[in-house]
Write a protein that binds this ligand. Structure first.
Ligand SMILES: Nc1ncnc2c1ncn2[C@@H]1O[C@H](COP(=O)(O)OP(=O)(O)O)[C@@H](O)[C@H]1O
Ligand SMILES: CC(C)(COP(=O)(O)O)[C@@H](O)C(=O)NCCC(=O)O
Length: 394
């Protein structure tokens, strides 16, 4: 397992820089004498989005600055002075982490994403910025670290140090939770939608927890300790399914558009509810009348189809996918005897509807014994984790 995974106790009692570093990357001290050459990147190349984390050192000495080669300086400036790159690259400035320690240095972590299908353009841009002239290695995870390995070597002379996506996810969560006091939150009063609001959660004592990563597909891990986890199950009905079906059904073209449509729609015009079948609640088995009995169950009727809006269809798609994930997650939590379920992945980006639904489902169907938790850096943990794991000598 990873050399830089911390033990729980050291993680809980972080107070100063030295202790913080010890908790995250004890082994990095050994390597400090021969510092890793910059730039430091971690990439998580997923089925839909490529997440790129860039560490900008802020403790650069005058000597270092003077000896920094121009290409590196230009790359640093380009990445940190812009918030958009080309047509599809974005820096999530609201997630930026300042003054964090990373393998003996202090600096800023920047969070950048672009669609994985734009990898060709990304490599061309990297080449145009001079990356190909630097003999360097980038740490990478996700399926694309394997799929695009040869392209990186051929196009930009970059070697990829590959790390497993789940090892990376867990290291990344541990690190970011240690360095961002407001990372973890939950939705308070999930059963009363008007009162439902975001609240901070102290996740300094995290184990065990169930980790539900909602990316293109969904992977569910039971995490028992920093170096102890298993993949319980997965489902192919995930974020990619939501976006794909929504594009098909509504003609929308982006995730943001799909979420906006869903926000203005009503799934009860599309789904068949328990009350549509029973006329009210199915009391004997505790099924309330407003529960969805059959997702898209009204859409067999030509008349109902003629009245339904794009917004309703988007909402029903979102509700269907979210409820299915929530239901599988709850069964896994029961099976593993775990009561805290952490939902991450970019499906939850700008998507409070799904988060509130997951919070509601966990709370309601467990009679308040299970809690849904969320993390601010939702899709970036893999990229951070693989950056931490790189020892600079692969
Ligand atoms: N800008 C975006 N473009 C495409 N999908 C997005 C975007 N923002 C959020 N998503 C959602 O996030 C999912 C991808 O999540 P992510 O955690 O990055 O997974 P992966 O590693 O498989 O790419 C998409 O399937 C979609 O539901
Ligand atoms: C194959 C994956 C690990 C890839 O991760 P992703 O890019 O979706 O984040 C994931 O899509 C997954 O677990 N899919 C579900 C496969 C299954 O268990 O049915």
């Amino acid at each position: 397992m990873a050399p830089c995974a911390s033990n729980q106790n050291s993680k809980r009692h972080v107070s100063g820089e030295k202790e913080t570093e010890r908790s995250v990357c004890q082994w990095s001290r050994k390597r400090r004498s021969h510092r890793r050459p910059m730039p430091w990147f971690g990439m998580d190349i997923g089925g839909t989005l490529c997440k790129l984390v860039y560490f900008e050192p802020k403790d650069i000495t005058r000597d270092e600055l003077d000896s920094e080669i121009e290409i590196l300086r230009n790359i640093r400036k380009y990445l940190t002075k812009h918030s958009a790159y080309g047509k599809t690259g974005h820096r999530d400035m609201h997630l930026q982490l300042d003054n964090v320690p990373l393998r003996g240095r202090r600096g800023t972590l920047h969070f950048i994403r672009f669609p994985t299908c734009e990898m060709g353009n990304f490599l061309a841009l990297a080449k145009s910025k001079g990356m190909a002239t630097l003999v360097t290695t980038v740490s990478a995870t996700g399926g694309g670290a394997y799929k695009f390995e040869n392209d990186f070597r051929k196009e930009v002379n970059l070697k990829l140090a590959k790390f497993d996506e789940f090892d990376s996810l867990i290291s990344g969560i541990q690190y970011i939770d240690t360095h961002n006091p407001n990372e973890c939150y939950y939705w308070a009063n999930p059963t009363e939608m008007e009162k439902c609001s975001k609240s901070s959660y102290d996740f300094s004592n995290p184990y065990p927890f169930l980790l539900v990563n909602i990316g293109s597909g969904v992977s569910i891990l039971a995490v028992y300790g920093p170096n102890n986890y298993k993949r319980v199950t997965g489902t192919s009905i995930g974020g990619g399914t939501f976006l794909g079906l929504c594009c098909l059904l509504t003609g929308c073209n982006t995730f943001e558009e799909a979420i906006e449509l869903a926000a203005g729609g009503d799934n009860t015009n599309v789904d068949k509810l328990v009350r549509d079948i029973y006329g009210g609640d199915y009391e004997r088995f505790g099924l309330p009348g407003d529960l969805v009995a059959s997702s898209f169950g009204q859409m067999n009727s030509r008349e109902k189809r003629s009245k339904v809006s794009r917004e309703d269809l988007a909402r029903a798609t979102l509700v269907t996918i979210t409820n299915n994930i929530g239901s599988i997650a709850r069964m896994c939590a029961l099976q593993e005897h775990i009561d805290r379920v952490v939902f991450i992945g970019n499906f939850l980006r700008v998507n409070p509807i799904s988060m509130k639904m997951l919070a509601y489902a966990m709370d309601y169907w467990s009679n308040g014994t299970m809690k849904a938790l969320f993390l601010e850096h939702e899709g970036y943990f893999g990229a951070v984790g693989c950056l931490l794991r790189f020892n600079g000598h692969d």
